[in-house]
Design a protein around this ligand. Structure first.
Ligand code: RFL
Ligand code: PHB
Length: 409
């Protein structure tokens, strides 16, 4: 098989890239180890920054998103048993976030690719990327029948998530990784129950820790709470989950959850991770393959989409003009934003989660930080600016500033 761009992974990053390339007449093949049903049903993120929504709409992918997405101009923090609201609209100069499930974004893009006869190879695993230092890289794949094939291409996009194979293709002498694994996980549920607040609510309880109340529609709640990373789902029958969530919500300002059937449960470990550089010769990493943020802050998918908003124009410029300037600057351009978003996600996690071996003083500091956040315009503005989404970085990197490891040829 032959294509211009081989894309590993049909998550939001890989799919959006193949769609944007297609709009400019550039051919790609997406390789995805899972089935279409699995990818479309995978329950994950829900909060889209305005920049992500605008990019999807501009690319003709906004029909359901604009109809069904819930616009949130506020975010709540509940601590000390009381609710406090940040007015994102006011603090960020009229910006907001949109709640729309990641699996819907994935479904919308797959539908658009299928309608355009796009090539997505489901249940096909990328096993190895070969010849990345040559002008003709290849991806070795294995189909669901166990058949081995090669895809020959000009550029490779590594959008295969944290556990993919792309990142390891970068020689270990060049790849640097930065990581922090948190001493807690998130237990998340999707429940057929109307949300009790009409915006995302971060809850902090000094003894019991973090909880998050979000939603997918007016009748579906998406709820999370911090738990021990070694905890097993079997130990969390439905009633125990509701009881624990309610304990984290106790306080003077009453707030009672509506309990309903739990449709889905999962435990997600929490980490911060960055790989540098994000490109090597003809391989370009995007999304979770290059960086992970803890989900507090709701940034993972947005960051993946932001990478693609830099990568797609760079690839298009290369195929249209032969220029490698934007591709060579890709890693540096993305990493400036990545580190700022890593900082935000880490700081919101630290501000709202209990860590082992803390003193009562440490926990009271956390409540004081939240109090400052929700009562100071300066602090609220900083939070809002990050939560609605920082602007994309400019790709105009000077030759002298460019990381020589990322130069394509
Ligand atoms: P994905 O979505 O992981 O897709 C990678 C794809 O690559 C495939 N793959 C391979 N295919 C072929 N060959 C191989 N060798 C392969 N190895 C892997 C995989 O099957 C998969 O389909 O990465 P991508 O596209 O970079 O997208 C990243 C996002 O999925 C992720 O950052 C977000 O879900 C994170 N996240 C959130 N992000 C937000 O922006 N807002 C949120 O509100 C938000 N909430 C969340 C989240 C993630 C969560 N979990 C479960 C980790 C809440 C949670 C609980
Ligand atoms: C979600 O709705 O899934 C969600 C909301 C806010 C977060 C993370 C996830 O910080």
């Amino acid at each position: 098989m032959q294509t211009q761009v081989a894309i590993l992974g049909a998550g939001p990053a890989g799919l959006f890239l193949s769609h944007l390339l297609h709009l400019q007449g550039i051919d790609s093949i997406v390789i995805e180890s899972r089935s279409r049903d699995y990818v479309e049903g995978r329950l994950r993120a829900g909060v889209l920054e305005k920049g992500t929504v605008d990019a999807l709409v501009e690319a003709g992918l906004g029909e359901s998103l604009l109809r069904e997405g819930l616009r949130h101009k506020e975010i709540n923090f509940r601590f000390g048993g009381r609710n406090h609201t940040l007015d994102l609209d006011d603090l960020s100069g009229g910006r907001y976030v949109t709640v729309y499930g990641q699996q819907k974004v994935v479904k919308d893009i797959i539908a658009a690719r299928m309608a355009a006869q796009g090539k997505i190879l489901f249940e096909t695993k990328a096993e190895e990327i070969l010849g990345i230092e040559t002008t003709n890289p290849r991806v070795r794949i294995v189909t669901k029948n166990g058949e081995q094939q090669e895809i020959s291409c000009e550029l490779v996009a590594g959008c295969d998530g944290f556990h993919g194979i792309s990142r390891e293709t970068i020689p270990s002498s060049i790849l640097k990784t930065f990581e922090r694994v948190y001493p807690f996980a998130w237990l998340g549920i999707l429940a057929e129950a109307p949300p009790i607040f009409n915006c995302v609510t971060n809850v902090y309880h000094e003894e019991r820790g973090f909880a998050l109340l979000s939603m997918r529609s007016r009748t579906l709640s998406r709820l999370y709470m911090q738990c021990d990373p070694n905890e097993k789902l079997e130990d969390w029958p439905d009633e125990r989950i509701w009881d624990e969530l309610e304990r984290r919500l106790e306080g003077t300002e009453k707030c009672t959850l509506v309990r309903g059937p739990i449709l889905n449960k999962g435990i997600t470990p929490m980490r911060s991770f960055v790989a540098e550089p994000m490109s090597y010769r003809r391989l370009f990493l995007a999304g979770d393959s290059a960086h992970i943020v803890p989900p507090t802050g709701a940034k993972g998918m947005n960051l993946a989409m932001a990478d693609i908003r830099v990568l797609a124009p760079a690839m298009i410029d290369y195929f249209k003009t032969g220029a490698t300037r934007l591709l060579d600057a890709y890693s540096d351009t993305c990493l400036r934003r990545v580190w700022k978003v890593e900082r935000f996600s880490w700081s919101v996690t630290s501000m709202t989660h209990n860590f082992p071996e803390e003193s009562r003083f440490d926990r009271r500091m956390r409540s004081a930080t939240l109090d400052y956040l929700t009562s100071s315009k300066a602090s609220g503005t900083t939070f809002a600016e990050n939560f609605v989404g920082l602007p994309l970085e400019n790709s105009e990197v000077q030759d002298s500033e460019r990381d020589p490891r990322t130069v394509m040829l």
